[in-house]
Ligand binder design. Structure first.
Ligand SMILES: Nc1nc2c(ncn2[C@@H]2O[C@H](COP(=O)(O)OP(=O)(O)OP(=O)(O)O)[C@@H](O)[C@H]2O)c(=O)[nH]1
Length: 401
């Protein structure tokens, strides 16, 4: 068995209480993630398979003097986690520090918790025995809770097998088994986004408009700039002037450079200039914002192909990550978008935004399992610290608690 598989099963057995030693390190965690880990009051993390290390190859750095210099970079600010609010009045000596990320995640998932776990609890209330009828009802709950038909059918089939093996004696056992099986499916494709030291490491961000793409780019820029990386943003969403302005505001705020053209300009031209500038300036991370206004698959494919053609001419192994942003609150629509973009744009990772306040968080499981895509980050609010590296164990724990 491959080493990483051993690690995976060891971690899994530990999670299931079947005895295993120390969990392996999660590969590729960034310093912000370390802060997140400290914050999160979660049980020990099982190992997750890190994405295959990308071979180091020297970038053909050909600085071209003719490259138009983008606007001067704002002074770099190092982003840190906001500090805890001021201490409470003396009358309340209880801890008043800001809630841990785990607590915030739990709160964000409270509607999804109601939709899935609340209904499962009602189903199991007073049930002395679990039978196939119970599993049929569970199937209906999961489908209507946005876990997707394919994932639900797979989950329920596995639970049926466990029922036959006499593993589901009561409601508590069924709930435990459901949690384990959801975690397993999320872990199957899980891999954090590892920004290697390729210069520049290119992240192309795609998704339809309004899903939180620009905000996500701003938050990512803050994360990487906070780690001391030199970040350049490419405003290749040229359809809407406000998009580039919004990106520029983020660039100033986090101390990143930006390359932008006039509204309506050719997105590929922005990408070309951004690549040249990134190479010339020794940028660590180049993040490309793209427009999400291609309504048909053919249009989308053509636009993506064109951008990639221009990009790979300058940076032959780029983009190193094609990040699809999906709005979790749109449920099944997000699933359809994942399908369309996966077919058209070689998606390598997903960001699920707006999980806060949404009852459709089950979509995280559906997107990951149905399309075999790693969820890299989740968005649980509008502020910078609300974009978090996705942790399947923590996510499912928060969902079930
Ligand atoms: N509550 C919440 N709001 C979010 C989150 N992520 C983004 N938003 C908000 O969603 C709205 C749309 O975000 P944008 O970043 O402008 O979306 P976009 O996909 O770039 O949209 P276009 O620029 O129109 O293409 C903004 O008001 C964001 O603040 C999140 O995780 N939670």
């Amino acid at each position: 068995m491959a080493e990483e598989n051993k690690g995976f099963f060891k971690g899994l057995f530990k999670k299931l209480g079947l005895g295993a030693e120390e969990p392996a390190d999660t590969a590729g965690e960034q310093s912000v993630e370390e802060q997140e880990q400290q914050e999160a009051a979660t049980p020990p993390q099982p190992p997750v398979s890190a994405p295959p290390a990308q071979a180091q190859s020297a970038q053909p750095v050909v600085p071209t003097p003719s490259v138009p210099e983008p606007s001067a970079p704002a002074p770099r600010q190092v982003w840190t986690e906001p500090t805890a609010p001021a201490p409470a009045p003396v009358s309340e000596p209880v801890e008043q520090s800001k809630p841990s990320f785990f607590d915030r995640l739990k709160r964000s998932l409270s509607k999804t918790h109601e939709t899935i776990i609340g209904r499962v609890d009602t189903l199991l209330l007073g049930k002395k025995q679990i039978d196939t009828d119970t599993l049929e009802e569970l199937e209906e709950i999961l489908i209507t809770a946005d876990l997707g038909v394919k994932t639900t059918v797979d989950l329920v089939r596995t639970l049926e097998q466990r029922l036959k093996r006499d593993e589901l004696q009561d409601g508590a056992a069924l709930k435990r088994a459901l949690k384990e099986e959801i975690q397993l499916r999320l872990l199957e494709h899980h891999a954090p986004l590892v920004v290697t030291d390729k210069k520049p490491f290119v992240i192309m961000v795609i998704g339809v408009n309004g899903v939180g793409k620009t905000t996500t780019i701003g938050k990512l820029a803050a994360r990487y700039a906070g780690e001391g990386k030199k970040v350049l943003l490419a405003a290749a969403d040229t359809f809407r002037a406000a998009a580039a302005e919004q990106l520029e505001t983020w660039a100033k705020r986090v101390g990143a450079d930006i390359v932008r053209h006039k509204e309506g300009a050719d997105p590929s031209a922005v990408v070309f200039d951004a690549c040249k500038a990134a190479i010339a300036r020794g940028t660590d991370v180049l993040i490309i914002d793209t427009a999400g206004r291609m309504h048909t698959k053919v249009n989308l494919m053509e636009e993506m192909k064109k951008i990639r053609r221009v990009l790979t001419r300058e940076i032959p192994d780029g983009p190193h990550e094609t990040l699809l942003v999906l709005d979790a609150a749109t449920g099944q629509n997000a699933l359809s978008q994942a399908k369309l973009f996966k077919e058209a744009a070689d998606v390598t990772g997903v960001v699920l935004t707006k999980l806060d306040g949404s009852a459709k968080g089950g979509i995280v499981v559906a997107v990951s399992h149905e399309y075999a895509l790693p969820v890299r980050f989740i968005g649980v609010g509008e502020s910078v610290e609300d974009l978090r590296a996705f942790d399947p164990i923590q996510f499912v724990d928060a969902l079930f608690q």
